[in-house]
Design a protein around this ligand. Structure first.
Ligand code: COA
Length: 667
C-alpha cells in the first residue's frame, strides 16, 4: 500500500466505479463507493460480491470475499464519502459538465492534501481540473474495462498537474497491482486510443475502397499479424458509432463504410448487426459482463477463419499508420516508446508494442509506405510525423541499424522489451515480463534472455535468478499465439535453453504460479528451482499435438524416474509444487510467506561462493551426467587439481583457520 494513502473514495458505482472499488479494496485499502441513488450503489456492490466470488472460485483471492468486502463502505452522501479521503477517483459518466460539477464539489469537500483523480477515456483532464482551485492536485487515471481483469492504467497529466501528484498516482496504481503508463500531455484519446485509432480506421478505408473484405481483413490481422481480434470484430464490439463520433469530433474524414453503417443503424453487437450479423438477441450483454472478447468464430456472428487469410492483404497500410501515431506521441513528448508499447500490449492486447514492431519492420520501410500512400491519395492521414522522419534521417531505422525507437547495441545498453534486468551485489535478476500473456515466451523474450547472458560481465555476475512478473505465473509456456502462420520448415531451434543451461554461473528459477511448457523448460535449464506451494508444473504441449521442444523431454527423463517423466509428458497434466518437490523436480516448495527468505538463503550462498569452484562443479556435474562414470571421474579430478592452485582455495583455507567468512575473488 502507498504510504501517503489510507482512505480512497470512488465516485460512481457503474461498470468502472464498482470495478475500481473492488481492485482498490483487494489491495488492502479502505474504500468508500458513492453513487447518487441507493439503487445504483446496491447494484454496484452486488457486482463486486459476484466478482469476488468468481475470483475466490478460481483461487485468485488471497483472503475471503468477506474480508475484502469489509473494507468497502457505500454511501450516496458525497461529503461523507470524501471527507477523510487521501485519494478520490471519480468514475461518473463521460460528460464533461457533470465531471466539472463533481470536481467543483470536491474542491469544497475533499481534504486539502487529497489527490483528485478522474477516470475518463476521452475528456480533457485540464478542463475537468479547471473546475477546482487546485488543478495541480488533479490527475487523470484511465482504467480499462473491466478493471478487475485489465492490468493497465493511463496516468494523465493535465496542463497544470504537479509532477508529484502524477507520481503519487502512478505509485498508487502500482500498489493495487496495476501497471501505470505516463501520458505527459493531455492529448485527445491519450495514448492507447490514439495509437489504436488507425487499426479500425484504415481497415475501414481499405474495405470502402474495395481493396479487401471484412473477413479477409480480420482473419489476416489475427492469424498473420497476431492481434487478439480483427479490426471489424473490434468495432462491432465497441460500437461502430463510438469510433464515428470520436472521428467526427476530431474533424477527420469518415470512411464511407462506417458512414453507411451508422446511417443504417447497424452499429455492431448492441444492435444485432454491424459488420457481422449477430442474429436476434445480440450478445453484447454477456460480452460486457465477462469482458471476454477473444473468441472469434464461435458461432456468435463473427465467422471468419484462418482460411480467410489473404497473402495479398496490405497490412502494412494499417501498421504504418499505427506506428506513425506512436512516433507522433514520442515526438511531442507525450509518452516514451516503452510506455506506448506497454500501453498497447496491456490495454489493447497487441502481441508486441508498435514501437518494437516498427524497429523490426524498419522505420524506413514504414516511412516509405506512408509517403507512397500520401502521394497516391493526397490524404492527410498519411502525412508522416516529424519524429518518424527525424528517426529515419538520423539513421535510426530499427533493429538492423542498431537503433530505432529502442537501442540494440551488441553490448550492454540495449533496451529490452519483454524482460527486466537488474544487477545488484553480484546477482543478475532476470524478470520475464509479459504479464498479459502469463509471461509466455515469444521470440523477442528468448532472444533478449540470450543477449543478457551473452553480454553479462562475468567479473561481476556471480549468480542469476529468473522469475516471472506479476503474481500468477513464472511462465505459461511458449506463446501459443505466435504459432499461427509458422512454416514448419522455418522453425529454428532457439538457443535460449542451451544458453541458460551452459551459463558459467549458478542459475536459480524462482517460481510463483504457473510453470508450464517452455517456461517449465526454462526453469529446468536452471541449476536450482524454488517454488511457492501454489505453483503448478506441467507440459501441456501434448494437448496441442506437440511435444516439449526446449530440452524438456531429455531433462525430465534424466532428472526423474522414467515413469514420472513420461507421465508428465504423455498426459499433459499439471502437478503441484509439493509433488514436484517429492519427485525431485524442484529443490524446495515453500509457502508464499517463506518464499523470499528461502530464495535469499540460496542466493547468498551462490553469490558469496567461490566462482571458479562453482563453475567447475557445474561443468563437471552437467557433463559428467551424460558421460560414463570413468570419464566423469576424470573430469572431476582434473577440475579438482586445477582448483587446488587457485587463490580462492588459499583464501578458503586461511579463512577456515582464522575462523572468519572467506572472501572469494574468482581467481
Ligand atoms: N501463450 C499465449 N498466451 C497465453 C499463454 C501462452 N502459452 N498462456 C496464457 N496466455 C494468455 C491467455 O490467452 C490469457 O490472455 P487473454 O486474457 O487475452 O485471454 C492470459 O494469458 C491469461 O490466461 P488465462 O487462460 O485467462 O488464465 P487461466 O488462469 O484461466 O489459465 C492457464 C491459465 C496457464 C492454465 C492457461 O492460460 C493455459 O492453459 N495456457 C496455455 C498453456 C500452454 O499450452 N503452454 C504451452 C505452450 S507450448
Amino acid at each position: 500500500m502507498h504510504a501517503d494513502i489510507d482512505r480512497v473514495a470512488v465516485l460512481g458505482a457503474g461498470n468502472m466505479g464498482h470495478g475500481i472499488t473492488e481492485v482498490v479494496a483487494m489491495a488492502g485499502y479502505e474504500v468508500t463507493m458513492r453513487d447518487v441513488e441507493p439503487a445504483f450503489v446496491e447494484e454496484g456492490y452486488g457486482e463486486i460480491e459476484w466478482s469476488l466470488e468468481k475470483l475466490a472460485e478460481k483461487d485468485r483471492l488471497d483472503e475471503s470475499p468477506a474480508a475484502v468486502l469489509s473494507r468497502i463502505e457505500t454511501t450516496t452522501d458525497l461529503e461523507m464519502a470524501v471527507d477523510d479521503a487521501d485519494l478520490v477517483v471519480e468514475a461518473a459518466p463521460e460528460e464533461l459538465d457533470l465531471k466539472r460539477e463533481i470536481f467543483a464539489d470536491l474542491d469544497e469537500l475533499a481534504p486539502a492534501g487529497a489527490i483528485l483523480a478522474s477516470n475518463t477515456s476521452s475528456l480533457p483532464i485540464t478542463d475537468v481540473a479547471a473546475a477546482t482551485d487546485r488543478s495541480e492536485r488533479v490527475v487523470g487515471t484511465h482504467f480499462f474495462n473491466p478493471p478487475v481483469k485489465m492490468d493497465l492504467v493511463e496516468v494523465i497529466y493535465g496542463d497544470e498537474t504537479a509532477d508529484e501528484t502524477a507520481e503519487t498516482a502512478a505509485e498508487f496504481v502500482e500498489s493495487i497491482d496495476r501497471t501505470p503508463i505516463d501520458v505527459r500531455e493531455d492529448v485527445r484519446g491519450f495514448v492507447v486510443n490514439t495509437v489504436l485509432g488507425p487499426f479500425g480506421d484504415e481497415a475501414a478505408w481499405m474495405v470502402s475502397e474495395g481493396e479487401t473484405e471484412v473477413r479477409e481483413a480480420d482473419a489476416t490481422m489475427v492469424h498473420e499479424r497476431g492481434y487478439p481480434m480483427g479490426p471489424f470484430e473490434l468495432s462491432d464490439m465497441t460500437g461502430i458509432d463510438i469510433g464515428y463520433r470520436v472521428r467526427t469530433e476530431a474533424g477527420e474524414p469518415i470512411p464511407p463504410i462506417v458512414e453507411e453503417k451508422v446511417e443504417r443503424e447497424e452499429l455492431g453487437r448492441k444492435t444485432g448487426v454491424g459488420y457481422y450479423d449477430y442474429g436476434d438477441g445480440a450478445a453484447s450483454e454477456t460480452l460486457q459482463a465477462d469482458g471476454d472478447a477473444g473468441d472469434a468464430g464461435n458461432g456468435d456472428g463473427v465467422d471468419y477463419t484462418a482460411d480467410d487469410v489473404s497473402e495479398a492483404f496490405d497490412w502494412l497500410r494499417i501498421e504504418a499508420r499505427i506506428i506513425d501515431e506512436a512516433a507522433g506521441l514520442v515526438g511531442q513528448g507525450v509518452a516514451t516508446p516503452e510506455d506506448i508499447d506497454t500501453g498497447l500490449r496491456l490495454g489493447a492486447g497487441f502481441p508486441e508494442g508498435p514501437c518494437r514492431r516498427a524497429d523490426k519492420l524498419g522505420l524506413d520501410t514504414v516511412l516509405e509506405k506512408l509517403e507512397t500512400l500520401q502521394e497516391a491519395t493526397g490524404a492527410e492521414r498519411y502525412e508522416p510525423s516529424n519524429h518518424l522522419r527525424e528517426l529515419v534521417e538520423a539513421g535510426r531505422t530499427g533493429e538492423d541499424a542498431g537503433a530505432g525507437f529502442y537501442e540494440y547495441g551488441a553490448d550492454a545498453g540495449r533496451d529490452y522489451t519483454t524482460i527486466d534486468v537488474e544487477l545488484r551485489d553480484g546477482l543478475l535478476t532476470v524478470t520475464l515480463d509479459r504479464t498479459e500473456r502469463l509471461n509466455a515466451l515469444n521470440r523477442d523474450m528468448m532472444d533478449e534472455i540470450v543477449h543478457v547472458l551473452e553480454t553479462a560481465d562475468l567479473e561481476t555476475v556471480r549468480a542469476v535468478t529468473f522469475e516471472g512478473a506479476g503474481d500468477r505465473a513464472f511462465s505459461a509456456g511458449a506463446d501459443v499465439t505466435g504459432f499461427a502462420g509458422v512454416d514448419p520448415h522455418e522453425v529454428e531451434v532457439t538457443p535460449v535453453f542451451r544458453t541458460v543451461a551452459e551459463f558459467p554461473r549458478p542459475t536459480l528459477a524462482k517460481i510463483d504460479g504457473y510453470c508450464l511448457g517452455g517456461g517449465h523448460e526454462l526453469a529446468l535449464a536452471c541449476d536450482l528451482r524454488i517454488a511457492t506451494t501454489d505453483s503448478e508444473f506441467g507440459f501441456p504441449e501434448i494437448d496441442l499435438g506437440l511435444i516439449p521442444g526446449g530440452g524438456g523431454t531429455q531433462r525430465v527423463v534424466r532428472m526423474l524416474t522414467e515413469a514420472r517423466a513420461k507421465e508428465l509428458v504423455f498426459r499433459g497434466n499439471r502437478i503441484d509444487a509439493d509433488t514436484a518437490e517429492d519427485w525431485g523436480l524442484i529443490n524446495r516448495a515453500v509457502p508464499e510467506a517463506e518464499f523470499g527468505t528461502t530464495v535469499e538463503e540460496f542466493v547468498d550462498d551462490l553469490v558469496s561462493g567461490p566462482p571458479v569452484a562453482l563453475r567447475k562443479a557445474k561443468q563437471v556435474m552437467d557433463e559428467g551426467r551424460d558421460a560414463d562414470i570413468d570419464a566423469g571421474l576424470r573430469m572431476e579430478s582434473q577440475a579438482f587439481g586445477l582448483l587446488l592452485s587457485t587463490e580462492d582455495t588459499s583464501e578458503g583455507a586461511e579463512a577456515f583457520t582464522a575462523d572468519r567468512e572467506p572472501e572469494f575473488e574468482g581467481r
